[in-house]
Design a binder for this molecule. Sequence first.
Ligand code: IMP
Length: 198
Amino acid sequence: MRTLVFATNNKHKLHEVSEILRDSVLIKSLSDIGLEGDIPETAATLQGNALQKAQWVWERTHTDCFADDTGLEVEALNGAPGVYSARYAGEHCSFDDNINKLLTALDGCANRRACFRTVICLIEHGVPRYFEGRVDGVILTERYGTDGFGYDPVFMPDRFAVSFAEMPLDVKNMISHRGIAVKKLVDYIMGRDTRISN
Ligand code: IMP
């Protein structure tokens, strides 16, 4: 089975993605390969950040690897927090702080449309390739559910009556931004190419 390093320190993501790739790719975490440290993500786009994170691993290991970057884009906030989703409420904020800031920003707002977008950058033999996934939905007025992470308790995907934090992981993975991007990655690895660009 093919082995790839996933350039993330986020254990929730590692779990989600390892589940999706369980039958097709052996995922190694940074700790599996003894790589420590904060991965930089200072680019202005999801694609730029995904590349930066994957390159950080490639430069240190010369092992095939991938990274993802995700943003929550809220229509009424002109696409914010977008690429700044992790640090929306400040540099060292918690998931809870981010949700509080989002709910306050949308207080009384009728348009609650939003989407999650994920870009994955795969580096194979030093060459980057990109895969994108997106899910549309709405921002709820309060938190529902305790599973997942990040903005999951306040995001309800279209065609569902529950938040991401109320869904079993296999259901979230089937429809989520990251699930869709990872499936495109799998298709590429298995020979069914769905890159968005080189
Ligand atoms: P990252 O830069 O890809 O780690 O994602 C940025 C931020 O988006 C994270 O810190 C989370 O707050 C949020 N995020 C990413 N993926 C998800 C998800 O699947 N559900 C909810 N929030 C997410």
